[in-house]
Design a protein around this ligand. Structure first.
Ligand code: NAD
Length: 484
């Protein structure tokens, strides 16, 4: 194991019922560094038996101390965990940077966001109320918000800390016990987080982590008959598997599946304000972001100006190893590199407006040049498919109706933004765009732990983040008392 990671736990183990356990099959998976391509250790290859043990541990936690903890106590555990995360922010950032390949400052922002999720959901735990409902004479009717029970969390490799924060944070705040299956490509901060949760006083079994392959541990978790809710973030294809498996047990699922998110730049846009958002939203985390803005729709009168300004930024983008902390790091894996390179090849017929610069990149790392294509038509494959790499296309439009039609013209609907000074246009476009989030004269609003997030269409369904997530992680019971 590389010294640089400085792990305080064995990554080749699962954390089940508060114990570090080797996977029951005794198998491991290689741990590789995306910046160099080198194998730097091993992680556990958990399977169905480990998932079964984790579910049993979660059930025992619900029957024990964790099930008895009241909302205030649950919130306090999350606050203590927040403090432990904050104490280890730099260490967690370094682990994530090496494991995922993200530039250090982006990994640090993720660790800070994880702490903020814990603060938000810790504070929300005792503020989730039922209602009283006026009803027939002689009745008192009220609703109770109750935890589902055992919740399954399947997390991808692109933002492990943030996604764990938003899903496990909300699930624990509402009194569920969790089984977490991190991605095989990036599971280290999931294990670190669960160990910190133990240190914060979370009872054994309330959070269990079983790393492993999606087709093994992941499939076992989604098909498990005693799991009561599944939260999944990842690809559309896997989301369909997850929803199909959960349907056999009639279990609710939250799916967050990515997008092809547009930014609409109208002729009256403040370009100076827009420019950093236009580019950063496409290249952050090397474009491996579900809410990446991969389509820039530009009103024709400003087309040349926007293309020129964005191209200048692209030309200055530096790409290198995560710890060099440049603008863009490597992609997560050789497989992802080949997917993104395939898309770049399919863009050979397009006008390449600009590319970023590779800076001292190790031979075996998974690097691609960030690439901006201009003058793209909405029907081109690069304008329709999720690429999940640092690639953006500029698509011209002539009027507002056409802009909305192009914005709504993919299978996805996760995030959109509108750049215009015209207040009426802001309101009209925000209503007409089919998307889980719409931003006006910004993109992403700084991450927004408080802001409900999720998609329409193939971007998925259900909402995470914000207070809204607490409804998803609870089930509503109506109590009707007749007292005459
Ligand atoms: P994936 O959807 O296969 O993996 C995401 C998670 O699901 C991982 O933890 C994986 O182990 C698990 N998983 C895989 N198969 C499973 C199954 N049958 N049952 C249960 N869990 C399973 O994504 P990937 O293969 O890592 O990446 C492929 C593509 O997915 C990317 O190119 C990108 O387009 C997309 N993606 C999207 C997001 C997002 O945030 N929306 C995140 C990662 C990947």
């Amino acid at each position: 194991m590389t010294q640089e990671l400085d792990l305080w736990f064995d990554p080749a183990k699962c954390l089940i019922n508060g114990q570090w356990l080797s996977p029951s099959g005794g198998q491991e998976l290689p741990l590789s560094d995306p910046s160099t391509g080198a194998c730097i250790g091993a992680i556990a290859r958990g399977g169905a038996a480990d998932i079964d043990a984790a579910v049993a541990a979660a059930e025992a936690a619900l029957a024990g101390d964790w099930g008895r903890a009241n909302a205030v106590e649950r919130g306090r555990v999350l606050f203590r965990l927040q403090q432990l995360v904050l104490e280890k922010v730099d260490h967690l950032a370094r682990i994530e940077a090496i494991d995922v390949g993200k530039p250090l400052k982006q990994a640090r922002a993720d660790a800070v966001a994880l702490a903020r999720y814990l603060e938000f959901y810790g504070g929300a735990a005792d503020k989730l109320h039922g209602q009283t409902i006026p009803y027939l004479d002689g009745y008192t009717v009220y609703t109770l918000r109750e935890p589902h029970g055992v919740t399954g969390h399947i997390v991808p490799w692109n933002y492990p800390m943030q996604i764990i924060g938003r899903s496990v944070g909300a699930a624990l705040a509402t009194g569920n016990a969790c089984v977490l299956k991190p991605a095989e490509d990036a599971c280290l901060t999931a294990l670190a987080f669960a160990d910190l949760a133990r240190q914060a006083g979370l009872p054994d079994g309330a959070l269990n982590v079983v790393p492993g392959l999606g087709s093994e541990a992941g499939a076992a978790l989604t098909a498990h008959p005693r799991v009561h809710h599944i939260s999944f973030t990842g690809s559309v294809a896997t989301g369909v598997h997850v929803q199909t498996a959960a349907a056999q047990n009639v279990v609710p699922v939250t799916l967050e599946l990515g997008g092809k998110s547009p930014q609409l730049v109208f002729e009256d846009a403040d370009l100076e304000a827009a420019l950093p958002f236009l580019v950063n939203a496409g290249i952050q985390n090397a474009g491996q972001t579900c809410s990446a803005s991969s389509r820039i729709l530009v009103h024709r009168p400003r087309l040349d100006e926007v293309t020129g300004l964005m191209a200048a930024r692209y030309g200055a983008l530096k790409v290198g190893p995560a710890l060099a902390d440049l603008d863009v790091g490597p992609l997560i894996s050789a497989r992802q590199e080949s997917i993104v390179s395939g898309f770049l090849d399919r863009g050979a017929d397009l006008e390449k407006a600009a590319e970023g610069v590779l800076r001292d990149v190790p031979e075996g790392g998974n690097y691609v040049r960030p690439t901006l294509f201009a003058g793209v038509t909405p029907d081109h494959v690069l304008a329709r498919d999720e690429i999940f790499g640092p690639v953006q296309v500029i698509i011209p439009f002539d009027d507002e109706d056409e802009a909305i039609e192009i914005a709504n013209g993919t299978d996805y609907g996760l995030v959109a933004s509108i750049w215009t000074r015209d207040g009426a246009r802001q309101m009209r476009a925000a209503k007409k765009i089919r998307s889980g989030q719409v931003f006006i004269n910004n993109y992403g609003a700084g991450g927004g732990v408080e802001l409900p997030f999720g998609g329409t269409g193939r971007s998925g369904h259900g909402r995470e983040k914000g207070f809204e997530a607490l409804y998803g992680f609870t089930t509503l019971k109506t109590v009707a008392a007749y007292h005459g």
